[in-house]
Write a protein that binds this ligand. Structure first.
Ligand SMILES: Cc1cc2nc3c(=O)[nH]c(=O)nc-3n(C[C@H](O)[C@H](O)[C@H](O)COP(=O)(O)OP(=O)(O)OC[C@H]3O[C@@H](n4cnc5c(N)ncnc54)[C@H](O)[C@@H]3O)c2cc1C
Ligand code: FES
Length: 360
């Protein structure tokens, strides 16, 4: 090969790099800018990193379960000024109302000029925690309970149902996990993590993470939590690790003396996928108001299963009456949640009485 070819290629690369730096400067990359949050906090910014990263540098932790890849849709903030044009990557996550209000995915917005943004006050409560693994337990062949002791800060306050984010050490990976523990216990948090084949975070948690390891968590996040000012009957529906936030909500319901009627449907494939059955059956024994309905879609011959059989949607449909005065809490895969909401709608549940977290 002619020795001039690599030299020419290197020259082209150098020119392109210089042009990109000049373009970035021309677009305001090097000037100091200000992000004004909720009309009261000014954050000075240099460079042209994303809004998400700039907020994180200023200790404002926006949920970002995909780590900025525009696949989770959790990092929404309202941009009042600045921010430039919306990118096509944002469109699938924003409805018409959000687009009209200026809601953006903060991981897709580069800070190239002064900006004014609005963030729900609840989101400003999320902070970073150093935490240590103190206990892990296999709940099924693919699902683990993990307990972390908080090192700094030493305590967390959260609403039952909310989630945290876990940073996988050594990888640029952040994932969301619902808090499965009792909100009264403030110095530890528990998560229920289901192994996803080849999944980055879950493979780390299941195969590499050891007792004593230090981990960074951020949180709490989310608007999926028990609506305590309501006295409506409740339908809860979960599949797989979706039991995590429901477990936390159930701790709270018991502290309140189970004042509302609760029917909890848990969908699994076989008996091997069931866990905490005894724990929830014990609550059922204690409170007339609480009913736990595990249902198997594919029970195996000879496993002695005498409970409900069928897809969780069919079982829900069969065992549910009029829901016009009820509210519902759903957690699990997006497919399961969408299918169950259709069934709830069929039973007249009002739209604004349905709360869910999709684990995608
Ligand atoms: C608000 C919220 C709360 C959550 N709470 C929990 C929780 O309590 N417990 C829990 O286990 N998970 C929970 N999740 C899901 C979790 O954040 C991760 O997405 C999941 O653990 C997979 O991460 P990973 O890095 O191992 O897989 P990735 O490396 O992200 O994914 C690897 C591959 O598997 C696919 N994939 C990702 N997730 C799934 C899945 N669930 N089933 C099948 N395929 C999948 C991906 O599309 C990709 O192709 C929650 C998600 C959200 C948004
Ligand atoms: S961080 Fe996931 S979409 Fe922005």
């Amino acid at each position: 090969m002619d020795i001039f070819v690599p030299i020419v290629l290197l020259g082209i690369l150098l020119i392109v790099t210089i042009l990109l730096i000049l373009a970035d400067r021309a677009l305001g990359g090097n000037e100091e800018k200000t992000i004004t949050v909720n009309d009261k906090t000014d954050i000075p910014v240099e460079g042209s990193d994303t809004l998400l990263n700039n907020l994180s540098d200023a200790d404002i932790f926006i949920p970002s379960a995909c780590g900025g890849k525009a696949t989770c849709g959790l990092c929404k903030v309202t941009v009042k000024e600045g921010g430039g044009e919306r990118k096509p990557t944002e469109d699938p996550f924003l409805n018409a109302q959000e687009k009209a209000k200026g809601v953006r995915l903060s991981c897709q917005v580069k800070v190239r000029s002064n900006m004014k943004i609005e963030i729900p006050e609840g989101m400003m409560e999320a902070i970073e925690y150093r935490a240590k693994v103190i206990h892990t337990k296999d709940l099924t062949y693919d699902t683990k309970l993990v307990r972390f002791k908080l090192i700094e800060p030493k305590e967390i306050s959260f609403k039952p149902g909310q989630f945290c984010q876990l940073k996988v050490p050594g990888l640029d990976v952040i994932r969301a996990y619902s808090i499965a523990s009792d909100a009264k216990v403030k110095d530890t948090v528990e998560f229920i993590v289901r192994l996803v084949p080849k999944g980055k975070a879950t493979t780390f948690v299941h195969k590499a993470m050891l007792s004593g390891d230090e981990i960074i968590l951020t949180g709490p996040y989310g608007d999926f939590y028990l609506q305590e000012d309501s006295d409506r009957d409740i339908v809860m529906i979960a599949g797989g690790s979706g039991k995590a936030p429901i477990r936390s909500i159930m701790y709270r319901m018991q502290d309140l003396g189970m004042p509302r009627k609760v029917k909890y449907f848990f969908g699994a494939r076989t008996t091997k996928d069931l866990y905490y059955t005894e724990e929830f059956k014990a609550i059922e024994k204690k409170y007339d108001n609480f009913e736990y309905i595990p249902a198997l879609s594919d029970p195996e011959e000879g496993d002695g299963w005498e409970g409900e059989v069928g897809l969780i949607t069919d079982v829900l449909d069969r065992l549910t009456g009029d829901l016009s005065q009820s509210e519902a809490y759903l957690c699990g895969s997006p497919g399961m949640i969408d299918a169950c909401i259709k069934v709830l709608n069929k039973h007249n549940i009002p739209k604004d009485h349905v709360f869910y977290d999709k684990f995608d």
